[in-house]
Write a protein that binds this ligand. Structure first.
Ligand code: CTP
Ligand code: MG
Length: 230
């Protein structure tokens, strides 16, 4: 069985307002994008990695991350698209002879081997899965005027993270269809759900944050310290 990973790095990082793409911001002198690549590189169940990036950042990612840190499993660096789903499809298109694919946000540095291994395990069992955590806040469903309609039980809710993991043929086919039909989706689990497939949601980690705004950088440094320097 061959397991590939798509690491998405083709966004603009606009909400970070950093002047440079957020994935190049550093935690302990290494860029955010380094961290997830390092975990996938060292996990022996992962066969290869495809990194998806913006055309103007291709050279920097190659020289300042992939070559610099010697990520040998990164077999391809491809250009992404306007939306996240376009970037995913570009990554899927350059993969061949692969049974399973894990799709991961490059902006989530703190994944671990347990999350990767369970993702593979549950994909073998259920064809698609994603990790996630129970929201800490009570979540309301509201109407168009922001009046609450109802309050789902917290135990019925999961905030979805990445990696999101799929049998390759399934996710490729669903993404191609979504692309052809111009369907709006926010993540890859929604892509397969749209065509009636059930996605198993296994336990992620509260450390597995997506770095999005400047406040997240402060939190990320704190998480890093707790995880690696104590
Ligand atoms: N991403 C991508 N291609 C896009 C948009 C997003 O590969 N067209 C990637 C980002 O690089 C990121 C992940 O998808 O790793 C999650 O997206 P998000 O956190 O929204 O990152 P950005 O789109 O870069 O940030 P922003 O929305 O603030 O501009
Ligand atoms: Mg975005």
């Amino acid at each position: 069985m061959s397991v590939g990973v798509i690491v998405l790095a083709a966004g603009k990082g606009s909400r970070m307002k950093a002047g440079i793409n957020k994935q190049f911001l550093e935690i302990d002198e290494k860029p955010i994008l380094y961290y997830s690549l390092d975990v996938f590189e060292k996990n022996n169940k992962i066969d290869f990695i495809v990194v998806v990036c913006s055309p103007d950042e291709e050279e920097t990612i190659k020289s300042c991350i992939i070559d610099k840190y010697g990520f040998k499993k990164v077999k391809k660096l491809v250009v992404g698209g306007n939306e996240r789903k376009d970037s995913v499809l570009n990554g899927l298109k350059v993969m061949d002879d692969v049974d399973m694919v894990l799709i991961h946000d490059g902006a989530r540095p703190f994944i671990n081997n347990r999350i990767i291994d369970e993702g593979i395990e549950y994909t073998l069992k259920f064809n698609c899965c994603a990790c996630g955590v129970m929201p800490v806040d009570t979540i309301k469903v509201v109407d168009g005027e922001r009046f609450s309609k109802h309050t789902p039980r917290r135990s019925d809710l999961i905030a979805v993270q990445t990696p999101q993991c799929f049998k390759y043929d399934l996710i490729r086919e669903c993404h191609e269809k979504v692309n052809r039909e111009g369907i709006e989706v926010t993540d890859d689990t929604s892509v397969v759900e749209y065509f009636g497939h059930k996605v198993y949601l296994y336990e992620g980690s509260y450390n597995n944050i997506k770095i999005t705004t400047p406040k997240d950088m402060i939190m990320a440094k704190q998480i890093y310290e707790n995880l690696f320097t104590k």
